[in-house]
Design a protein around this ligand. Structure first.
Ligand code: AMP
Ligand code: MG
Length: 395
């Protein structure tokens, strides 16, 4: 199955099971959440015309070449008097332009005489250095649409509109399972044949960054009865996310449990790393089974599961930004799967980590992102290749 087909199917499944509950949270608690309702401006921005400069406000028609007396000083945060005809007002950046003034000149182009009168040294124009009312936003305008992910910029924007609270989609609840008899948690001594569980930490941290509520279900041994029990005990979650136990030839306990109590699709994805992927339901709860090799987990989570989770929350734009960059490597052997190589940018070129094995997480720690090499393509040094920065996938 081509990667884009798998993604399209997962997104369709996500749209069929949207998180519908919403919460009203303070801006302080809204970081990383998804806006549940369109945000409409309740005021004009700016609310009144204001000065873009420190300088002098005047009525252009009053300036005939004779210096003007200063009739008031207007600081930001203070209400001005209407401008007296034949005078100018000292004004500071962000202060309201007084009624009757139609022009602000910056102080650098003004000369103050000993008697305090002001002469303007450059030609003046109506409206110069004035930020008009409603220039940024008009009351009633839609400023953000439902499905927008709220980061520092969006929260800042909501604050400019005086919004203290926002309606957001409730967090997605994800249960994380690591499967494998060989797994043991960091901090314990390694027994024979054991390896440390890295996927658990990788996924739990990543899910938290994505604003999910994580139920960490620990390590599940390769055993059907225990798998059944564990799945049944997970409780009320929106997604069960497991790793391991989906490789060809392995006793597939997760698959067996899903076959008994739900439905199951086993996908062979044209993706490398990360060919096998399970999608199913356990008692109505969607289940995604990612391959166990850490680099496979990373790639299939980042490219397929992340967009699925965002779409469940109604996020419209789930496609990570990618940039075309010159390849700093040769890829002579065309593949039958789309490869995502762990890569970084050095001197304007994309370099790839020497060991691209799916078991090697160090490759990703060295890297700054993924280079996509499409099926059948053989990019050479200097050819343009798409680069997806990890920063796009992690947040
Ligand atoms: P599996 O899909 O269960 O056959 O696992 C594929 C490979 O990934 C095997 O080498 C596993 O030992 C390894 N693996 C599976 N789960 C994890 C995990 N949570 N952390 C680190 N390695 C894992
Ligand atoms: Mg396993």
């Amino acid at each position: 199955m081509p990667v884009e087909d798998a993604l399209a199917q997962l997104l369709a499944l996500a749209e069929a099971a949207p998180i519908q509950e919403t919460e009203n949270v303070s801006l302080a608690d809204a970081e990383g959440r998804v806006l549940a309702r369109d945000l409409v401006a309740s005021l004009d921005l700016p609310p009144w015309p204001n000065s873009a400069m420190d300088g002098y406000a005047l009525r252009l028609a009053d300036w005939q070449g004779e210096p003007l007396p200063v009739s008031q000083r207007i600081f930001a945060g203070h209400a001005p008097q209407p401008l007296q005809p034949g005078t100018c007002a000292r004004i500071f950046t962000g202060a309201p332009v007084p009624a009757g003034a139609d022009c602000v000149e910056m102080q650098e182009n003004a000369e103050v005489a000993d008697d305090g009168r002001v002469r303007f040294l450059e030609p003046l124009k109506v409206d110069q250095n004035i930020r008009p009312q409603g220039q940024e936003t008009r009351q009633g305008e839609q400023v953000m649409s439902a499905g927008t992910r709220l980061g520092p910029i969006e929260l800042g924007l909501a604050a400019t509109l005086g919004q203290a609270r926002l309606d957001v989609v409730r967090k997605v609840r994800v249960a994380v399972l690591s499967t494998g008899d060989e797994l043991i948690e960091p901090g314990l001594p390694l027994g024979p044949g054991q390896i440390y569980n890295s996927n658990r930490r990788l996924l739990v941290s990543w899910l938290q960054r994505l604003g999910c509520e994580v139920r960490d279900a620990g390590i599940l041994p390769d055993d059907l009865a225990r798998t059944r029990e564990c799945l049944a005990a997970l409780g009320d979650v929106d997604l069960i996310l497991s790793t391991g136990g989906v490789s060809v030839g392995e006793a597939d306990y997760l698959g067996a449990a899903l076959r008994e109590a739900g439905e199951l699709a086993l996908w062979k994805l044209a993706i490398k790393p990360g060919k096998p992927l399970t999608f199913g339901h356990f008692r109505g709860v969607p289940v995604i089974g990612l391959p166990g090799n850490p680099a496979s987990t990373l790639v299939t989570f980042g490219l397929l599961t992340r967009p699925y989770l965002l779409r469940r929350q109604g996020v419209a734009d789930v496609t990570p930004l990618r940039f075309d960059m010159p390849a700093g490597f040769d890829w002579p052997k065309p593949g039958t799967r789309r490869e995502y190589l762990r890569a970084r940018i050095e001197q304007g070129q994309v370099r790839i980590y020497k060991n691209q094995s799916s078991g090697v997480l160090r490759s990703a720690a060295w890297a700054e992102g993924l280079v996509e090499v499409r099926e059948g393509s053989t990019p050479k040094q200097g050819d343009s290749v798409p680069f997806i920065p990890f920063s796009e996938l992690l947040g």
